[in-house]
Design a protein around this ligand. Structure first.
Ligand SMILES: N[C@@H]1[C@@H](O)[C@H](O)[C@@H](COP(=O)(O)O)O[C@@H]1O
Length: 260
């Protein structure tokens, strides 16, 4: 696992956007797995700016969703489908045809989840999966004690995650209890995992995920199992890392041509 400590959220967004741009230059039809939440927004803004400046051609990129609420009415502005279309697909100049996500409104949720795992595999697998991290260490919506081998399925949100996400809804009661999420096993199938975390509130979860034991209690610790996992953190989110100086020295000495 590589840990890169950047100054702030904007620098993190630019670094990850550059990494995605480099991937699109190598593989114009790359399948990009995107995350929701506030943390990745600077990535999408930086990437969209590169597209507008014609510094990168994203016209053949494909976008896939990590997770989705269950039970929100179709077209709800806070469904993750709506969020990804609004924050990623449209700003990159793409259409819904280049986008895929799990169906949180399906009558047969189990079948819809299995269909989504199959669709990801048939699309050739995710090239780069961008991840945030919950304050309880979740990735996607894989809450603590999720199986490290899990596939896309329904999950129940913890009280803490519902409280964390209440800011996107008119009232805390409106946050759904249930979600569908790529499993940890599904996420680990991606070729490159990039976890971005910013702010003091994520420092504890980041330290446990990066330096703690591999544990279902901290789902993000599963990145320790992946051959190409990059954790990009700002100074605040890095503040509880014991090996921060080592991570800084390693990145400072890294040949530029290697990228992330
Ligand atoms: N399912 C999403 C996660 O994918 C995201 O990483 C997390 C953190 O969000 P934020 O970046 O807003 O802190 O929120 C939600 O729970």
């Amino acid at each position: 696992m590589e840990v890169v400590i950047v100054q702030d959220a904007v620098a993190g967004g630019e670094l990850v956007a550059e990494t995605i741009a480099a991937l699109l230059k190598r593989k114009p039809d790359a399948l990009l797995g995107v995350a929701t939440g506030s943390t990745p927004l600077p990535v999408y803004q930086a990437l969209a700016a590169q597209v507008r400046a014609s510094a990168v051609d994203a016209s053949r990129a494909r976008i896939c969703q990590l997770d989705e609420y269950v039970g929100l009415p179709a077209g709800h502005p806070e469904s993750y489908r709506s969020v990804v279309l609004r924050e990623v697909v449209e700003p990159l100049g793409l259409t819904e045809e280049s986008f895929m996500g799990p169906d949180g409104s399906a009558e047969d949720i189990a079948a819809a989840c299995a269909d989504y795992d199959r669709a990801l595999a048939e699309a050739g697998g995710v090239d780069l999966q961008l991840l945030g991290i919950g304050t309880d260490g979740h990735i996607g919506f894989n809450e603590p004690c999720s199986s490290l081998a899990s596939r896309t399925r329904i999950k129940t949100l913890t009280k803490q995650t519902r409280e964390d996400n209440a800011r996107f809804f008119d009232s805390p009661d409106e946050v759904p209890h249930h979600v569908v999420t790529q499993g940890i096993g599904t996420i680990l199938d991606a070729r490159h995992l990039v976890l971005l975390a910013t702010g003091e509130a994520k420092a504890e979860a980041v330290a446990l995920a990066v330096e703690g034991p591999l544990s279902a209690l901290v789902p993000a610790s599963a990145l320790q199992m992946h051959p190409h996992a990059t954790v990009v953190v700002d100074e605040a989110a890095a503040s509880k890392l014991k090996l921060a100086d080592y991570f800084r020295a390693t990145y400072a000495a890294k040949p530029v041509w290697q990228g992330l």
